[in-house]
Ligand binder design. Structure first.
Ligand SMILES: Cc1ncccc1-c1cc(O)c2nc[nH]c(=O)c2c1
Ligand SMILES: [Mg+2]
Length: 214
């Protein structure tokens, strides 16, 4: 039996990146996915928008829904201030296994807690398990049909507070129309669309940034 796309991505990191150097891990993945084999990382173009929003928010506690191979996990963790924490949730064990290795290769394992399982089950356990008061920043990058239910869950569990920033990937491609309606029509959010392109392509996609108003 052959290797998987995530396993081939890990091999490319181990071959082309420098251990403990997050920038080289990011570059190695972007090079591999642009020139060898496409994969659903947020990518270099939308990644710059993610970086700028992160730098603005400078979160103490951040949540990522949808780890995949850990590309955006590394992008986020590399910009966190000392003592800040990122919790990342991945449903697929094979993806999680590769992500752990890529996060460790970047030397960021002390800033990241990777939790395996369905986001809908894990979100209600976050406070008890990790002593989280609320998340300053949430990156939604898992499954479009979970964007609205998980956002409502975060609200109901008191895991977002006034000023918390939600940043959602793929709101155009594959598209999250219900999510856009939800955050754009709700008086509890101030939303803004960042136009970009689907990772490693010329297809339009974008990120939606929504500030929770409390
Ligand atoms: C896989 C795919 N094919 C064609 C077009 C877009 C995608 C695509 C791109 C992404 O950035 C994704 N992020 C999180 N979860 C996804 O399912 C996902 C899917
Ligand atoms: Mg995505």
């Amino acid at each position: 039996t052959g290797s998987s796309r995530p396993q081939r991505m890990l091999k490319a990191v181990q071959k082309n990146a420098t251990k403990g150097d997050p920038e080289s891990v990011i570059s190695a993945i972007d090079y591999y996915c642009r020139h060898k084999e496409w994969a659903m990382n947020v990518g270099d173009e939308k990644g710059l928008i993610l970086d700028s929003v992160l730098t603005e928010v400078n979160p103490s506690t951040a949540l990522e829904l949808g780890t995949y191979c850990g590309y955006s996990t590394v992008r986020i963790a590399r910009l966190l201030s000392p003592g800040s924490k990122l919790i990342t949730v991945e449903f697929n064990p094979a993806f999680a296994a590769v992500a752990r290795q890529i996060i460790a290769y970047a030397g960021l394992q002390d800033k990241v807690t990777l939790v395996e399982g369905p986001s809908g089950d894990l979100i209600p356990k976050m406070k008890a398990r990790f002593g989280i008061k609320s998340f300053d920043f949430v990156f939604l990058d898992h499954w479009k049909d979970r964007y609205v239910p998980d956002t409502k869950l975060l609200e109901d569990c008191g895991l977002v507070s006034e000023g918390s920033v939600l940043l959602a990937d793929n709101v155009i491609c594959p598209g999250a129309p219900e999510y856009l309606k939800y955050v754009r029509n709700s008086p509890r959010y101030e939303s803004r669309y960042y136009k970009s392109n689907l990772e490693y392509t010329k297809v339009e996609d974008g990120l939606e940034k929504s500030v929770f108003l409390g």
